[in-house]
Design a protein around this ligand. Structure first.
Ligand SMILES: [Zn+2]
Ligand SMILES: [Zn+2]
Length: 357
């Protein structure tokens, strides 16, 4: 059984919740500020950390209830008394950094409402629904962070465009036209690139959409347990090695762009890349987000708000009536313009091959 702890409000004894740069008590309104100082991430030589399977029986330090928690839960609410509980880290390696929330839950609702309100072609009743929507929850998901270098040898071809003139036969006789042709040259070479602050979520059930959220890790602070109070958070359950593979995949686009720049010319073909990763170093961090979902006409729509940047991502429904009417109106406007241009003699839209008797 795991003994949980909670941050107790000094004035009323309720459990406090972390928000931006302070701990707040939702019960009596008192708060305590946390002085958070940014510390740049220090990396360690790569070694494999494996998640540990642990006992998931939580004991609530407030009401005394015992309950089965989801695997790898690090902090969350007691299902009986709603206290904000924090469990001690069960994995051998404790993540050393955490990214503070820079927006409150109230601000996250505003961002979400603004975003939904500005959506083109969204059904009106879907938009109206968000006026009183209050179901965003805040989360901290763990991620591995890496710094590493890639030396990549490549084989490919460089294409150089040139203009040439061709004589063609047309119904009006011989015509000379200019065309583009590409000449290809075999190339090979090597690029050496360094990457920093490349993160890969390390909890397998991190929602797919949330993995697209972008974070600036330059604003990280040293891990503080109090910051998990009132957030649902999880411990890592993928190894450092798995994370490193994901980080390598994350920079593939940048690597290919660097190789294309190295090849030069007007066009490039990359036929083979031999990658060598070296100087791999790692660290770990908790990343902040809000997550909510709504059911609309039998489908679930999920929304994420980046706890750092306020960026909103999610799926949304489309109103086909709005789209079709926009197309119809658009076509009508085009027809009206053509009619007016024709009417005032700027263009002639009569059929050119019409036979006149
Ligand atoms: Zn209080
Ligand atoms: Zn409880």
């Amino acid at each position: 059984m795991i003994e949980t702890k909670r941050i107790v409000c000094p004035s009323c004894g309720a459990s406090m919740r972390y928000e931006k740069d302070r701990l707040v008590c939702d019960y009596c309104g008192s708060h305590r500020s946390l002085s958070l100082r940014i510390s740049s991430i220090r990396y360690h030589p790569l070694e494999d950390h494996l998640p540990q399977w642990s006992d998931r029986e939580f004991h609530c330090s407030s009401c005394g209830a015992t309950f089965e928690a989801p695997s790898y839960l690090h902090s969350g609410e007691c299902p009986y008394c709603s206290s904000h509980l924090i469990a001690p880290a069960q994995n051998g390696y404790e993540l050393p950094y955490i990214l503070p929330f820079t927006i409150t839950q109230r601000e996250a609702y505003q961002r979400l409402r603004q975003k939904i309100g500005s959506l083109w072609f969204a059904p009106d009743d879907f938009k109206r629904f968000f006026k009183k929507y209050k179901e965003l929850k805040s989360y901290y998901y763990p991620a591995w962070v890496f710094s590493f270098r890639i030396r990549a040898r490549y084989i490919g071809r460089r294409g150089v465009d040139y203009l040439y003139t061709e004589t063609i036969y047309t119904s009006q006789g011989l015509r000379r036209v200019q065309r583009i042709r590409t000449e290809w040259f075999p190339v090979e070479g090597e690029v050496d690139l360094g990457f920093e602050d490349i993160y890969a979520f390390s909890y397998t059930d991190t929602p797919m959409m949330a993995r697209r959220l972008l974070y600036r890790l330059g604003e990280s602070v040293s891990f503080r347990e109090e910051m998990l109070a009132g957030q649902e958070s999880y411990e890592y359950n993928t190894s450092t090695r798995q994370g490193f593979v994901a980080a390598q995949a994350a920079v593939e686009g940048e690597l290919r762009a660097a190789i294309r720049a190295d090849i030069g010319g007007d066009r490039q073909i990359i036929s083979k890349i031999y990658r060598h990763y070296y100087d791999g170093r790692y660290s770990g961090i908790y990343l902040p987000m809000f997550w909510g979902s709504v059911e609309y006409r039998g489908k679930i729509y999920e929304f994420f708000v980046n706890g750092q940047s306020g960026e909103v991502i999610g799926k949304r429904p489309y109103s086909w009536i709005k789209i079709v009417s926009a197309i119809v109106i658009g076509l009508a406007v085009v027809a009206l313009i053509l009619f007016l241009l024709d009417h005032f003699g700027y263009i002639d839209i009569s059929m050119p091959n019409r036979l006149i008797y």
